[in-house]
Design a protein. Structure first.
Length: 87
């Protein structure tokens, strides 16, 4: 993996995590956690969307949208778990 690829992954993760944090108000995980949530969200989005037969394309914008959708799902699950006191 080149340095440029790593930078793009981190950039997509940062943008997706920040967007998901803005949509799901009240999470407040911080910058590093937002990047982590965005990267994990990208993995979730890359797996889940094809399972649902949703194909967004291969552009940077499509990667950000897919990662944001995955990060939203992850944040909603984390919020449900956190509110029940299991976390």
């Amino acid at each position: 993996m080149s340095g440029q690829t790593l930078l793009i992954i981190l950039l997509v993760g940062l943008i997706a995590g920040w967007l998901a944090g803005q949509i799901v108000q009240g999470t407040g995980f911080g910058l590093v956690a937002d990047i982590g949530i965005g990267i994990v969200g990208a993995l979730i989005g890359a797996w889940l969307l094809p399972q649902l037969h949703i194909h967004l394309g291969s552009s940077l914008v499509a990667a950000i949208v897919s990662a944001t959708l995955g990060a939203l799902l992850l944040l909603l699950i984390l919020r449900l778990v956190y509110r029940r006191g299991r976390w």
